[in-house]
Structure formats: structure tokens, C-alpha cells
Design a protein around this ligand. Structure first.
Ligand code: GTP
Ligand code: SPV
Ligand code: MN
Length: 628
């Protein structure tokens, strides 16, 4: 950050935006709504206010229409089950587009289309797409309404499921319209399920429980800060405040304005000495963010409180610290694998007022998914609505879809931190990058510098999960866990991180770490117990921060080619059923395999040409030299 930028602060003391690109012209929201209605031709237009009455009215309407199934009121009060169309269960990365004027600004990791071309294509796609439906206008804030790090938008949608989900996941409020009328920049976001209720003769047709279209478009115009989504009702494709705004559009805003929009969880850690630390961690989709966000430490005396589980916005603050908020208001979490043993906090959060999507239904009107209990019930209705018995599970047909989800308010999470809605955010002490790696990557390593940490983030690879279409298990590059979410050239994202880090006060600049909970032994079993036991790694991370601040003077780490590893005895493994061989395997850094990976990293960097920052090339050369 240029010093003159830091000098220019707003009323709250935050640096003013860099003038890297001209702000989008201020649009009149009422003219915009009229224009979209003209294009999509809904039966009527409803302006939403975010009230509890509005939410209940839409829920009742969806229950009547068969979109939502009311769960048993004594077992799961205020909760519902939605079954999506079987084809509409995850994000569609192949249909996600970044439409910047120049292709190079989208970069090689995004699908690019020229904005003018995409606009005229979408004009055809959206024409009449809401016929026979109600168009909802949803003003929402990402972050506390009016906060210095917050942003606002308006989502237009023809899906009541989307409206109700937006109520949970964002702050829907009429106050947002006041902010917009007062001149605040806002993001227009248009969503249609792409299923008009008329046939080719203009005759009215019947609706289905989960309308969607085989053809899908998830389109972003980062320069003019606009979103257009068509054909899907699934979370990441349709709740446009989430990945589309809070990551793809916000990452472009953040680059221009000197802040960061990241696919991260955010927690507050309190040590037995009552020292507090804030940790932000980026793991790819379905790689453990929600679980770490709700961590119940197994190490005595330590507390972890939840601030966010999927997205973090960070802004250099007036005092040179990096201030972070969770821009969301709820959790859209992975159900499978969530049980009392693995994530008891989530189980407690999910006791009431939840919308479940694509989990299984029990005979007594409750929900079930793989991992909720060790043994499945004798009979279920699976996520497609078909009968299911444990024999089906044994035959490889899960009862819940692997990407089935819960949508729930963050406020009802028992571990939510009292500061979770502080508009000024919390100061970040540690940044952690991770992925799902069966081999090579140690349980934890600390970066030796900010540049080295950015290199760690840029070189994350992870095995694919069910959160997006594609082959599960295949290893792919996922830099910063942002591969599907960066709204501009990924290499520029790395440069931006280098720049933001350089502008932070060195004494409090966050320390960067890499973790891997997923290393496997020769039999394919996870070596590290994970979940609550991850608190042992978190503890070491905070102790390393103490050491960097002179609070501790003992030796905590030893060098390795890939970063600082815990010194013998420094990682608290007391009481764990872990042999010395297991521990050695968790921290093994096989030079041959790493050299092969380093070579692939070089090829990966080459795909960005001269946009790859020189500092990262130097990091790669250093790594290779150390390995040799
Ligand atoms: P998105 O919402 O898709 O961004 O996912 P996420 O990163 O929040 O992942 P989540 O915490 O929902 O975890 C995804 C899956 O990984 C679940 O099935 C978890 O049970 C599993 N998981 C999470 N943490 C651990 C861990 O420490 N060890 C192991 N073995 N599995 C884990
Ligand atoms: C992810 O896939 O990273 C999610 C779910 O958090 S979605 O909102 O669909 O992106
Ligand atoms: Mn996510």
C-alpha cells in the first residue's frame, strides 16, 4: 500500500480505496428492478424486508408447493427438508464465467467471456425466464449493515428457497435501500431458476418442487460489479451474496481498494493464560473449514470461539493490523461427516430452525446423513425421495447426497464469539492454508516470511471433493483455496497479497502456516485423528506467535526445506494414541516427491506468464535448492 493511501482514512480510520479502477456508475435500484422485470416478465414483483413474517410466509408457501417438507416439530422444531432436482446438487465451475474486458484479467484459471458478447447472450436467456412466477427483490448486506468493512447488494430472484436462504445467510433489510439511496456502492445480482411456468403456446404449466434448467450460467462482471445467475437453485450458484459477491466480485473490489476477500474460516482462540488470538484459515471446499471454525479443543484450558466458517474479508486497519470480519450471517455447511464425535458444536447448532437440503428423511420425520450416527437407521427415504435401507448403503448408494447441506443462522451456534458482529472486525494473528493431501504435506509447517507464506498459499493442491461437479479424489491445484472463487487473474491475487502484507505493521503482521489433517498411511487410513485434536496444532501455532513477540523464549521449531516444523516435544501429543512412527510419518518431507511437485509448480507458474510475481519464483528456487 502506498504511504499516501494509508494517510487518507475514512471516518472510521480505515484506509480509503486505492484509485486503481474507476468505481462503477451509481445505479438507481428502482430503475434497475423495472428493467429486469421488463426482461424476465414475472407475474408480480415483491420487495423483501427480511422480517420473520416474510420468511414464515414463504416457508408456508413452499411447504404447500412441496419444495419444503416440514420436519417433526418435537424432534427438529422450525426445520425443513428440501430435495433438489438430482442434477442440481453442487457448484458448476464449468458454467462459471468471469467477464472482464480483457481475457488476461480473468487469467488462465477462470472461464472468460467478453462482456458484450455475454450480455447479449444472457439477454436471450433471461427473456421471459420468470413468466408465471413471482420476482423477489432482496436488499442485503454482507457484514453488519453500515459497517466500515461491509458491502451491500440487491438480489433479484424467482426462487422463494433462495429468498429464505438469503434471510439466513445474509442480513436482508430495508435499511440497505437507505444506504443505497444515500450513495453507497452496491452490487446488482440477478437470479432465475430458468423455468418459466408457460408452455410454447403461452399456456400456464404446473410447477415442480425444485425448478431449474439443464443449461446454467453463473456470470460475473468484475469491473462493473454485477452478477447474473441462471438455471440453478443450489447454494453456491444461487445465493448470490455468498461465493458470487463475497468472493468473486469482492476479490476484485478488494484488489482495487487495498483489502482481501478470502475463502476462509475465522476463529478466536483463548489460551489458559487468557491470551487471545485470531486465526483465519483457507481450505478448499469440503476440506474442514466449518469443522475448524467450531473446534472444541481437546487440550485442557483452551477455548475456541466461532466468528465465520467460509468467507473472511480483511482490511488493513488504522493501527497497521489486519482487521477481519465474517461477511455472512449463517452457515451453509456440509452435512455428511458431521456427528457428535466429529463436530458436536454443529450438532447442537442444528437442533432447531434449520433448512436441510438433500439429506435423508427418517421414518419419524427427522433427518439423517452418513456420519451423523455410527449405524444408519433400518429404513430411510434417501435424498432423491426413494426408499433406502442399510443394504443400499453397503452397495455404495449413500442416503444423503455427499454434498448435502444445512443452512442455519450463525447466531444459534453455541460457540459463536460475542465479537462476531463487530463491524470493525478482529485483528488477525495467524493465517493458515490447508488442503486434503494423502501424502507429502506435513501436519503443520510455518512460513519463514510473508513471501514464503504467500508461496504456501499459491501452491496449495488438494484432492477434489463433492462440493463441485467433477471427479472426487483427483489432485488439483487450488491456490489460496480460491481457484473457483477469484474474480480476477490468480497471479495478480498473489501480487496483491504481497503488497497488502508489505503495508502491514511488521510487529503484528500475521504469521502464516500450512496444515494437512488428511495424510494417510499405507492402508489408506488417516494418520492424524483430526477434528477436536486439531487444537494441538492450533496451540502450537499460537505458541509460535508468542515466540515471535518475545512472550515465549523456548525453542518451538526446527527448519525443514518446506518451512519450520515443530521442534521435538513442541507439539502437544499427550494422551494421543500415536506411535513415534506415526508422528514421523506426519512430518515426513520426501525430497524426491517434493522436487517432482516443485517442477510442476514451476509449470503452473508458467501458465500465468510474467504475471507470476518474481518473489514467488524466488521462493520456488529457494525451495528447490533446499530440497536438493
Ligand atoms: P465448504 O462448506 O464446502 O467450503 O467445506 P468446509 O471447508 O467447511 O468443510 P467441512 O468442515 O464441512 O468438512 C468437510 C468434510 O471434511 C466433512 O465430511 C468433515 O467431517 C471432514 N473433516 C473436517 N475436518 C476433518 C479432520 O480434521 N479430519 C478428517 N479426517 N476429516 C475432516
Ligand atoms: C463451497 O463449495 O465452498 C461451499 C458451498 O462453501 S457453496 O456455497 O455452494 O459454494
Ligand atoms: Mn466454501
Amino acid at each position: 500500500l502506498a504511504p499516501d493511501t494509508l494517510a487518507r482514512t475514512d471516518a472510521a480510520g480505515f484506509p480509503r480505496p486505492l484509485a486503481a479502477s474507476a468505481p462503477a456508475p451509481h445505479r438507481d435500484p428502482f430503475a434497475w428492478v423495472a428493467e429486469i422485470a421488463e426482461l424476465t416478465q414475472p407475474d408480480d414483483v415483491v420487495w423483501c424486508d427480511g422480517s420473520a413474517e416474510e420468511k414464515q410466509r414463504l416457508i408456508d408457501q413452499m411447504v404447500a408447493a412441496g419444495t419444503l417438507l416440514r420436519l417433526d416439530e418435537t424432534k427438529r422444531p422450525g426445520s425443513y427438508l428440501a430435495r433438489s432436482d438430482p442434477s442440481d446438487v453442487a457448484r458448476v465451475e464449468s458454467r462459471t464465467f468471469i467477464c472482464s474486458e480483457r481475457e488476461v484479467d480473468a487469467g488462465p484459471t477462470n472461464n472468460w467471456r467478453a462482456p458484450a458478447e455475454m450480455r447479449s447472450e444472457l439477454d436471450g436467456v433471461f427473456a421471459g425466464s420468470m413468466k408465471g412466477r413471482t420476482m423477489y427483490v432482496v436488499p442485503f448486506s454482507m457484514g453488519p449493515v453500515g459497517g466500515p468493512i461491509s458491502q451491500v447488494g440487491i438480489e433479484i430472484t424467482d426462487s422463494p428457497y433462495v429468498v429464505v436462504s438469503m434471510h439466513v445467510m445474509t442480513r436482508v433489510s430495508g435499511e440497505v435501500l437507505d444506504l443505497i439511496e444515500g450513495g453507497q456502492q452496491w452490487v446488482p445480482a440477478v437470479h432465475s431458476v430458468g423455468a418459466p411456468l408457460v408452455d410454447e403456446h403461452g399456456e400456464r404449466t404446473a410447477d415442480v418442487p425444485w425448478p431449474c434448467n439443464e443449461t446454467k450460467y453463473i456470470v460475473h462482471y468484475p469491473q462493473t460489479r454485477e452478477i447474473w445467475s441462471y438455471g440453478s437453485g443450489y447454494g453456491g450458484n444461487a445465493l448470490l451474496g455468498k461465493k458470487c459477491f463475497a468472493l468473486r466480485i469482492a476479490s476484485a473490489m478488494a484488489r482495487d481498494e487495498g483489502w482481501l476477500a478470502e475463502h476462509m474460516l475465522l476463529i478466536r482462540i483463548t489460551s489458559p493464560e487468557q491470551r487471545q488470538y485470531h486465526l483465519a484459515a483457507a481450505f478448499p471446499s469440503a476440506c474442514g473449514k466449518t469443522n475448524l471454525a467450531m473446534l472444541q479443543p481437546t487440550v485442557p484450558g483452551w477455548t475456541v470461539e466461532t466468528i465465520g466458517d467460509d468467507i473472511v474479508w480483511m482490511r488493513p486497519g488504522p493501527d497497521g493490523t489486519l482487521r477481519a470480519i465474517n461477511p455472512e450471517a449463517g452457515f451453509f455447511g456440509v452435512a455428511p461427516g458431521t456427528g457428535v464425535e466429529t463436530n458436536p458444536t454443529a450438532i447442537e447448532t442444528l437442533t432447531h430452525d434449520v433448512i436441510f437440503t438433500n439429506v435423508a428423511l427418517t421414518d419419524d420425520g427427522d433427518v439423517w446423513w452418513e456420519g451423523l450416527t455410527p449405524e444408519p437407521p433400518e429404513h430411510l427415504v434417501d435424498w432423491r425421495g426413494d426408499d433406502w435401507t442399510p443394504a443400499d448403503g453397503e452397495a455404495g448408494r449413500p442416503a444423503a447426497h455427499p454434498n448435502s447441506r444445512f443452512t442455519v443462522s450463525a447466531a444459534q451456534c453455541p460457540s459463536i464469539a460475542d465479537v462476531w458482529e463487530d463491524p470493525a472486525g478482529v485483528p488477525v494473528d495467524a493465517i493458515v492454508f490447508g488442503g486434503r493431501r494423502a501424502s507429502n504435506v506435513p501436519l503443520v509447517a510455518q512460513a519463514t516470511s510473508w513471501e514464503h507464506g504467500v508461496f504456501m498459499g499459491a501452491t496449495i493442491s488438494s484432492e477434489r471433493t463433492a462440493a463441485a461437479e467433477g471427479a472426487v479424489g483427483e489432485l488439483r491445484r487450488d491456490p489460496f483455496a480460491m481457484l473457483p472463487f477469484c474474480g480476477y487473474n490468480m497471479a495478480d491475487h498473489w501480487s496483491h497479497w504481497l503488497e497488502v502484507g508489505a503495508g502491514l505493521a511488521s510487529a503484528t503482521r500475521p504469521k502464516i502456516f500450512q496444515v494437512n489433517w488428511f495424510r494417510k498411511d499405507a492402508d489408506g487410513a488417516f494418520i492424524w485423528p483430526g477434528f477436536g485434536e486439531n487444537s494441538r496444532v492450533v496451540k502450537w501455532i499460537t505458541e509460535q506467535i508468542d515466540r515471535s513477540r518475545g512472550v515465549r523464549t523456548d525453542a518451538g521449531a526446527v527448519p525443514s526445506p518446506v518451512g519450520l516444523l515443530p521442534a521435538p516435544g513442541a507439539l502437544d501429543v499427550d494422551g494421543l494414541d500415536l506411535s513415534d512412527d506415526d508422528l514421523a510419518a506426519l512430518f515426513d518431507v520426501p525430497a524426491e516427491a517434493w522436487l517432482a511437485e516443485a517442477e510442476l509448480t514451476g509449470e503452473f507458474f508458467d501458465t500465468f506468464g510474467d504475471r507470476t510475481p518474481a518473489a514467488l519464483r524466488e521462493q520456488l528456487a529457494g525451495l528447490t535448492a533446499r530440497l536438493r
